[in-house]
Design a binder for this molecule. Structure first.
Ligand SMILES: C[S@@+](CC[C@H](N)C(=O)[O-])C[C@H]1O[C@@H](n2cnc3c(N)ncnc32)[C@H](O)[C@@H]1O
Length: 306
């Protein structure tokens, strides 16, 4: 992608690689610049299976979206969505339910600009440029409250993003547990160094590639990733490598290391403490016409496969 003089992309620093575009490059997309491609090449040199891991992560996202629709969920909040090119949340959801609503959130202006261009004219999707660490701002955003009804279950995706979020990421997911109504889902995949150590040479190489981006890598242990599901009940098979989360075809291939994934059901009763400002705003917001729910004809069939 070469920015033209009036191109919105010319306003951002394109000589610095960026996680959204590195990932797009690993997936074979066309929304990257020279610095991103160089960083992706470095990653593949360090981890020859990096492209497979990115594809396996994307495939997990698709299975998790279908799983959500199997529970009649048609609202998706995709945090750290990246560039919603082929195989993204709204594409997967739309194949099963045409009026699925999706809000894409990313802190990267290029990812959000690409999303706005790709989604132009689609009344059921929107893009928000925001940092997910400020989750109340994300929930209160005008695009979020126009498209999502927080009195109905919502599937929140945090796929391949929280390893770019240092510090107490569990406080963000705990806030979501308080805000989301029962029946909602939390969908997470997260990079981990386990079973190797953080000082493993390959891990250090990967970490050094992302150190040159606005979002350095923050790997977590299996236990720390499990903590992110506090307030949610993990669906079977629990926290496993992305390729092992409810695969839809039989495979004897060895697990693809690097990413752990899980889906949590929000089952706790609603918080009795005062609900966050964002939730009350979401409840009071005028909403576009409620789309029809997933058709009964395909829901049981899907649910039977889950
Ligand atoms: C590896 S991409 C994952 C894209 C997508 N979720 C997927 O799995 O296909 C990670 C994305 O998270 C975004 N990101 C990183 N930190 C973020 C933050 N604090 N808030 C919002 N987005 C963030 C990056 O800009 C990037 O687009």
């Amino acid at each position: 992608m070469t920015p033209e003089p009036d191109d919105p992309f010319s306003i951002v620093g394109l000589d610095q690689p960026n996680a959204a575009r590195i990932y797009d490059c690993l997936l074979g997309g066309g929304h990257s610049f020279a610095a991103d491609r160089a960083a992706a090449d470095q990653l593949v040199q360090a981890v020859p299976g990096a492209r497979d891991a990115a594809r396996a992560n994307r495939a997990f996202l698709a299975r998790a979206v279908r799983y959500a629709i199997g529970y009649d969920i048609i609202q998706f909040l995709d945090l750290g969505a990246g560039i919603p090119a082929a195989g993204s949340t709204h594409e997967v959801a739309r194949r099963l339910t045409p009026h699925a609503r999706v809000v894409y959130v990313d802190r990267d202006p290029v990812a959000v600009t690409c999303a706005e261009q790709l989604l132009d004219g689609d009344p059921y999707t929107g893009a928000v440029q925001s940092d997910l660490r400020d989750i109340h701002t994300v929930l209160a955003d005008a695009v979020t409250t126009r498209l999502l009804d927080f009195t109905q279950p919502v599937a929140v995706l945090m796929v391949a993003v929280l390893h770019f979020v240092p510090g107490d990421a569990a406080s963000i997911t705990r806030t979501l547990a308080d805000v989301l109504p029962p029946g909602s889902l939390l969908i997470i995949s997260h990079s981990t160094a386990e079973p190797t150590e953080l000082n493993d040479p390959t891990t250090q190489l990967v970490t050094s590639v992302y150190a040159g981006t606005p979002t350095p890598l923050c790997l977590r242990s299996r236990t720390q990733i499990l903590d992110l599901f506090d307030g949610f009940a993990l669906a079977g098979p629990g926290l496993v490598t992305v390729d092992q989360w409810r695969p839809e075809t039989n495979t004897t291939d060895p697990p693809i290391p690097g990413f752990l994934a899980g889906v949590g059901h929000r089952e706790r009763p609603p918080a009795t403490v005062s609900a966050p400002r964002a939730l009350s705003r979401a409840r009071n917001a005028p909403h576009i016409k409620q789309p029809s729910r997933t058709t009964a004809s395909h829901t049981p069939a899907l649910a039977n496969r889950l």
